[in-house]
Design a binder for this molecule. Structure first.
Ligand code: XMP
Length: 523
């Protein structure tokens, strides 16, 4: 695991649950393996192969999974680990991990005649603890090299059309390899393979539950913060709400929540945040109504990055203006999640939009950071939120950009433009919910093309008004996305309602563009 400063940090502190370490060889599905293992109730962490020795020594795991990877075991400098470190530990190698295990333990790996990619059928060769009697024989393959001879002590247990050793095992040693990917949905019974490894082979207890996490995180926060106070900025989003709820449970009224209402949230959301936090959490909420100040600062600003800068600066100004209300805080809570922790080490992506530019605090405040969710994936955060009693509308809330509706108004951000976009957005999303179409949608919203006007006719009158764009996308992680295939009759109904009910709008468009080449937001 890589810490914020790019340094190596050990596993979940005060760990009382078992640990499955997933060693990453650069595979595209490694994070997915970690998620699947956790879904099965076993806490899992991802460790780059370069840090494996250090991690295994610092936090001995109860089981290890070796991930896939793009390289060949025969390449110079190919990812590698010292298998003597894994002695006595149950191991499952997947794809590259399977090949590396064969290569290092005395088997033979060769270049495949053709690259095997896609769905294949798994056939049983010998009894296999992981692969016998699966409900589907379909498996997902993506590899060049393959294992030609198993290491001494191992037996090949399954094959595919073009891969003679698609699974092998040495039960005594509790070492297993599969060439296919049990973690992806294209391997329909992959969960069974993982479950058998974790429970039947490694004998794990399945002790990773949200209740246990809450218990452990509470203890950890208490130890970290001592008798000091924490400042927690809440935005109305899932992560900051769950952080606030968790900290409040641990520290009671030593948490000060600050909510800056920039006037750019969805219809009714600012009121809901204040209501939820005062009713459910505790009364020390500093709610700052700053809409007027943000609109004044945004006057005449139309360029997306400029909007983000203005909004970021205005947040800092708000905090400064209210600093005496939380000057007794020594810590600042942040809603960092596990994928941010994993990715903070890579630093490879180009800057498309400056996402983390809002909610920043003045530098002079010099607060220590507490990040109670840095071990969790988003779906785990939601589950923890539910267990902590947060309302379903909040826990289920879609990701929402920090600069809010400002980046969904193409043109100048005025109170009137915000009202227009809020009303259209409200209609679209209520209709989605009413039709049950919101399930499976990652984000859905209305955007206003404030700089565009088109001609229409309403009654007998000519109109010359702005268009609204509707966007609904499906995605796994916001890195890529496809437009949701909404029914045209449904869209027509939404369009009619918007044009009839929202003043200033005479046309509605549905955005079909995927990401890439577009982005999810319009700005
Ligand atoms: P894009 O538009 O880049 O968005 O495809 C990917 C995800 O990030 C959200 N987003 C933002 N979040 N500040 C944020 O906190 C921002 O400036 C910002 N811009 C986009 C977006 O809603 C999507 O979930």
């Amino acid at each position: 695991m890589v810490g914020r400063a790019g340094c190596y940090t050990p596993s979940f502190p005060a760990m009382r649950h078992q640990l499955v370490t997933v060693i990453d060889f650069g595979g595209q599905y490694t994070q997915l393996i970690v998620r699947r293992v956790r879904e099965l109730g076993c806490y899992s962490e991802m460790v780059p192969w370069t840090k494996a020795a250090e991690h295994l020594a610092a936090t001995p795991p109860d089981a290890v999974v070796l991930s896939g990877g793009p390289r060949s075991v025969h390449d110079a400098g190919a990812p590698d680990i010292d298998f003597s470190l894994l002695e006595g530990v149950p191991v499952l190698g997947i794809c590259y991990g399977h090949q590396l295990m064969a290569h290092r333990l005395g088997g033979r790996v060769v270049k495949a005649i053709e690259r095997e990619y896609g769905r294949r059928h798994l056939g049983r060769v010998k009894p296999g603890a992981l692969v016998d009697g699966l409900t589907s024989d379909q498996v997902w393959m993506s590899h060049g090299d393959q294992v030609e001879a198993v290491p001494p002590g191992f037996v090949g247990t399954a094959e595919t059309e073009s891969c003679p050793i698609a699974a092998f095992e040495d039960r005594e040693r509790r070492a297993f390899g599969v060439q296919f990917h049990p973690e992806v949905s294209h391997t329909p019974d992959g969960r069974t393979v993982l479950r058998r490894f974790l429970f039947d082979v490694a004998g794990l207890a399945g002790d990773w539950t949200s209740e246990n996490f809450i218990q452990e995180a509470t203890e950890r926060v208490k130890a970290e913060v001592g008798d000091q106070r924490v400042l927690c900025a809440v935005s109305g989003g899932v992560d900051s709400s769950v952080v606030a709820a968790l900290l409040t449970r641990a520290l009671g009224d030593r948490v000060t929540c600050v909510f800056v209402d920039h006037g750019l949230l969805r219809k009714g959301e600012a009121e809901q945040v204040v209501e939820t936090f005062t009713r459910l959490l505790h009364p020390r909420l500093v709610a700052i109504d700053a809409a007027g100040q943000f609109f004044a600062a945004l006057r005449g600003v139309t360029e997306p990055e400029e909007k983000r800068k203005v909004i970021g600066a205005e947040f800092v100004r708000c905090f400064e203006a209210h600093a005496d209300e939380f000057s007794d805080c020594a810590f600042l809570a942040q809603g960092t999640l596990y994928p941010d922790v994993i990715e903070s080490g890579s630093g490879t992506s180009a800057k498309i939009k400056s996402h983390h530019n809002v909610g920043g605090l003045p530098d002079w405040m010099k607060l220590k950071v507490v990040e109670p969710l840095r071990w969790l994936f988003k779906d785990e955060v939601r589950e923890v939120g539910r267990k902590l009693g947060l309302p379903e509308e909040l826990v289920d809330r879609e990701p929402f950009p920090g600069p809010g509706l400002a980046v969904r108004i193409l043109g100048e951000v005025t109170p009137e433009a915000v009202r227009t976009v809020q009303e259209a957005d409200w209609i679209f999303r209520s209709e989605l919910r009413a039709a049950g179409l919101n399930r499976g949608v990652w984000q859905s919203y209305a955007a206003l093309l404030a700089d565009v006007r088109s001609v229409g006719v309403m009654g007998d009158e000519r109109t010359y008004m702005n268009p609204i764009v509707l966007r609904a996308v499906e995605s796994e992680d916001a890195m890529t996305a496809q437009a949701s295939p909404l029914d045209i009759r449904f869209l027509e109904r939404v369009c009619n309602r918007i044009v009839n009910e929202v003043p200033g709008v005479n046309r509605v468009l549905y955005d079909l563009t995927s990401k890439p080449p577009a982005t999810i937001e319009w700005e």
